[in-house]
Design a protein around this ligand. Structure first.
Ligand SMILES: C[S@@+](CC[C@H](N)C(=O)[O-])C[C@H]1O[C@@H](n2cnc3c(N)ncnc32)[C@H](O)[C@@H]1O
Length: 247
C-alpha cells in the first residue's frame, strides 16, 4: 500500500528519470505476476550503435520484434569475414531487412524473396498438437510498394517477387553467407532450407524466425526433419529463432 502511494507520488511529481524508474517498477511487478519476463534495462544490446541506427530507420515499419532483429544483426556481424550473399525469405514490409542492412559489416548483395500476397496455403504439417492451424493463405500480405519504399536507398538489393519455391532458381548460381527464413509454414520453409543449405558456405549461418513459435509448428518440423542426421545442430533461442552454423 505504502509502495503504491510513494510510486504514485513519484510518477506525479518526480524528475523525468524518477518517473521512468517508477513506471518501469510498476510494469515489472505486473509482468512478474503474470509469469512473464521483462527485458532488463541494464542489458547492453539495445544501446549498440548499429541497433540504435536501425531503430531510427524502422519507425512505422511493421514486422518482427526488436530482439529478433538484433539477433539477426549480431549473427551477421559475427560472420563479416565469410564470403557470400544474403537471402531473406519473407520480407513483408522490410523490417528485418532494414535491421540487417544497417548492421552488416560485409559488402554483400541481398536477395529478397516474397510473394507480397501473404502466406501460401497451409498444409497438414502446419497443424499443432491440438489439430489447429494458426494461419490462412493470404495472411500477412503487404503492398510490395511499401517494402520497396522502406528499402529505397540501398542499391545492393534485389527483390524476387513471387512464390517460393518458384522464385528460387534465379539465384541457383550464387553462394550465401547468411540466410533468413521467415515464411511461417512448413512447405516454403522446407523448400527454402533445402535450396539454400546447399548454397550456404562453410561458416555461414541459416536462421529460422519461426522455429520456437507455437503458431508455426510446420516451420519447426521442416528444420527438425532437414537437420536430422546432418552434421549441423540447431541452436534454439528464447526469441523463438533457431540458428544453424554451416559446417
Ligand atoms: C512473417 S512475414 C515476414 C516478416 C519479415 N521478415 C519482417 O521483418 O517483418 C512472412 C512473409 O512471408 C511471405 N511468404 C509466406 N509464404 C510465402 C511463399 N510461399 N512464397 C513467397 N512469400 C511467402 C509473406 O508474404 C510474408 O510477407
Amino acid at each position: 500500500m505504502f509502495r503504491s502511494i510513494k510510486e504514485k507520488l513519484t510518477i506525479a511529481f518526480g524528475s523525468e528519470q524518477e518517473k521512468r524508474q517508477a513506471r518501469r517498477g510498476r510494469v515489472k511487478r505486473h509482468v512478474k505476476r503474470a509469469g512473464l519476463h521483462l527485458y532488463q534495462d541494464h542489458m547492453l544490446w539495445s544501446s549498440q550503435p548499429y541497433y540504435v541506427k536501425a531503430k531510427g530507420r524502422v519507425k512505422g515499419v511493421q514486422g518482427i520484434p526488436d530482439p529478433r532483429c538484433f539477433v539477426l544483426q549480431s549473427c551477421l556481424r559475427s560472420i563479416s569475414e565469410v564470403q557470400g550473399d544474403v537471402a531473406e525469405c519473407g520480407v513483408r514490409q522490410g523490417r528485418s531487412t532494414l535491421f540487417m542492412l544497417t548492421a552488416d559489416l560485409g559488402k554483400r548483395h541481398y536477395h529478397l524473396f516474397d510473394s507480397f500476397e501473404g502466406l501460401s496455403k497451409p498444409s497438414e504439417e502446419d497443424r499443432d498438437g491440438k489439430g489447429n492451424v494458426h494461419w490462412a493463405a493470404g495472411d500477412l500480405g503487404t503492398d510490395e510498394a511499401v517494402a520497396r519504399k522502406n528499402l529505397s536507398g540501398f542499391d545492393h538489393i534485389t527483390f524476387h517477387v513471387g512464390w517460393i519455391p518458384d522464385t528460387l532458381p534465379a539465384v541457383a548460381d550464387k553462394k550465401f553467407a547468411f540466410v533468413h527464413i521467415d515464411v511461417d509454414l512448413y512447405e516454403p520453409t522446407r523448400d527454402a532450407l533445402a535450396f539454400f543449405y546447399e548454397r550456404t558456405v562453410k561458416g555461414g549461418m541459416i536462421v529460422c524466425d519461426d522455429y520456437g513459435s507455437a503458431k508455426c509448428p510446420g516451420a519447426r518440423k521442416a528444420f527438425d526433419e532437414f537437420f536430422s542426421g546432418r552434421k549441423e545442430t540447431i541452436i534454439e533461442l528464447p526469441t523463438g529463432q533457431a540458428l544453424v552454423s554451416k559446417r
